[in-house]
Design a protein around this ligand. Structure first.
Ligand SMILES: C[S@@+](CC[C@H](N)C(=O)[O-])C[C@H]1O[C@@H](n2cnc3c(N)ncnc32)[C@H](O)[C@@H]1O
Ligand code: SF4
Length: 496
């Protein structure tokens, strides 16, 4: 196995040197379907903890991690929203901090400078401005931020900027939407989620009527956006099949270029207690209905992929996300709640846990990297993170995996791959996703329709052993799997 890129990774702790049987892990992923998904890792305070880097080593570790990474993606997080929806899993500040947009955007530009000082000029290949609601601050603040990015970093071929908005802003503030296009933003994404007023009320989401959506879509088209995405959500407690069908019908009437479906993830939301009311049967039926309706309307996605595109050869996702999903691209995340990923580290910015600005602003004022947690990880976790993100498209690009880690996917996961193939969960394909990415063969290991139905079990096959142990240990009635795994971990630790 060539070790060039892997050499930067940390050695695995004992908990990541055990190997679990794929069948038990698959079953644990299925049982824990609410948390076994693309949002890797699970319980990072537990599973990543052995790899935490002390604060005084942050700058040095970050510089080493970015060394040699010529091209990266960039994400800027804007944590403001008019109201905070009860279902939201993202970092959004409280109402009393909504007046701090100017101060925050200045800090974001300063963070960019701090990174540029540490890392030197880099080439950015994709740039997402996400949230929260990045269209909440004045458009001029976003324009200044984009200008700052272009001052400090080079932009690579195919560079694309994407931004998120809400129907309320896109309908009520057309000037902002037009300004975004003028400042060079290529793609815009708007959250519809669901359309039923009674469900929206339970979810704490604005209920300003579907006519807003038509006006919002008109403004987005009139501004000349080439790429227009709508987000819809399913898997909510109390969301009937008929309600979901009505939401899909409405979205199709708005005729966006892409529709992204999000299955509700309850973890760490204000309504997390409702998770137990949602059975897999509901989730599967809703996913099937969406696939049937969207496919019939000309929106396509391979099994397991959640962004449906009606433009041939276009994945539908932003340049930033496409490169992350297919290539496992390294990315720099700026702002409260942002995450950064290299070949050997993952970090979380200050203030995300408490969802307040003070710790983040304090670090920026001191001129230090605003990192709350930085982890120098072993290959087991870096590979798992790349594969979990790849599952956004329901497949792993085999050349991209080998390029990033210097070993084939099959060599990294011999038992998991054999299991996924023999159980009919995955198959080898020539992927249609990302033909524009240069130098990558399109050969992929992709979910079959059966694998897409068992998404949560299949994805868990590629998690690092410590995360698999966490899943195995969550169910008392499966304690024997856990005892077996703990004993194996102990044996490995004793041998070391
Ligand atoms: C960062 S949000 C920004 C979108 C914008 N603020 C809005 O609400 O329209 C991006 C998308 O994440 C999805 N989302 C939010 N909370 C989620 C959760 N708990 N589970 C799954 N998807 C979620 C929603 O579909 C949302 O449109
Ligand atoms: S779903 Fe969108 S508008 Fe609602 S709180 Fe989350 S980021 Fe804000």
């Amino acid at each position: 196995m060539a070790l060039t890129r892997l050499a930067k990774c940390a050695p695995p702790a004992a908990a990541d040197r055990v190997r679990h049987s794929p069948a038990t892990v698959f079953a644990a992923g299925e049982r824990n379907h609410h948390i076994s998904n693309t949002a890797y890792p699970i319980a990072h305070r537990e599973t990543f903890w052995p790899y935490r880097v002390a604060r005084e080593k942050h700058a040095e570790t970050v510089a080493e991690a970015f060394d040699g990474l010529g091209e990266i993606c960039l994400y800027s997080h804007i944590p403001f929203c008019e109201t905070r929806c009860f279902f939201c899993e993202y970092t959004v500040v409280a109402k009393k901090e909504l007046s701090a947009t100017e101060q925050y955007m200045a800090a974001l530009n300063r963070e960019l400078e701090i990174y540029a000082e540490h890392l030197g000029a880099r080439t950015i290949t994709g740039f997402d401005i996400g949230g929260g609601t990045p269209s909440f601050p004045a458009a001029a603040l976003i324009a200044e931020h984009i200008a700052a990015v272009k001052r400090h970093f080079r932009t690579g071929p195919g560079f694309e900027i994407s931004i998120e908005t809400t129907p309320r802003i896109a309908a009520g503030a057309a000037d902002k939407i037009f300004a975004y296009k003028e400042m060079g933003i290529d793609r815009i994404s708007m959250g519809i989620q669901v359309t039923q007023p009674d469900l929206l009320k339970i979810l704490g989401r604005e209920t300003n009527g579907v006519e807003y959506h038509f006006r919002a879509a008109e403004h987005i088209r009139a501004a000349g956006f080439r790429k227009f995405n709508l987000d819809l959500m399913y898997g909510f407690a109390g969301q009937s099949e008929a309600a979901w069908q009505a939401t899909l019908t409405h979205a199709l009437q708005l005729a966006p270029d892409y529709i992204t479906l999000y299955r509700m993830r309850y973890k760490l939301t204000r309504i997390s207690h409702q998770a137990e009311k949602v059975e897999m049967a509901q989730v599967r039926a809703q996913a099937r209905l969406a696939k049937d309706m969207l496919t019939a309307a000309g929106y396509l996605a391979n099994p397991g992929k959640n962004t449906y595109s009606r433009i041939a050869g276009d994945t539908g996702t932003s340049g930033y996300l496409t490169r992350r999903v297919i290539e496992g691209a390294s990315y720099l995340g700026l702002g409260l709640g942002a995450q950064t990923f290299t070949d050997s580290t993952i970090s979380y910015n200050s203030g995300a846990a408490g969802k307040n600005l003070a710790p983040y602003l304090r670090d920026i004022e001191k001129g230090i990297l605003p990192l709350q947690d930085l982890y120098h990880l072993p290959a087991e976790h870096m590979m798992a993170k790349m594969v979990a993100v790849s599952f956004y498209f329901g497949e792993v690009n085999l050349a991209a995996f080998e390029k990033k880690f210097g070993c084939s996917f099959e060599a990294a996961y011999p038992e998991a791959v054999t299991f996924a193939l023999s159980e009919g969960l995955m198959q080898y394909t020539q992927s249609e996703n990302g033909p524009e990415l240069e130098g990558l063969n399109a050969r992929a290991l992709s979910l079959t329709p059966l694998g897409a139905q068992h998404f949560n079990g299949t994805i868990a096959l590629f998690f690092a052993p410590s995360v698999q142990s966490y899943l195995l240990g969550r169910d008392p009635e499966h304690a024997e799997d856990m005892h077996e795994n703990r004993a194996a971990a102990l044996r490995v630790a004793l041998k070391a």
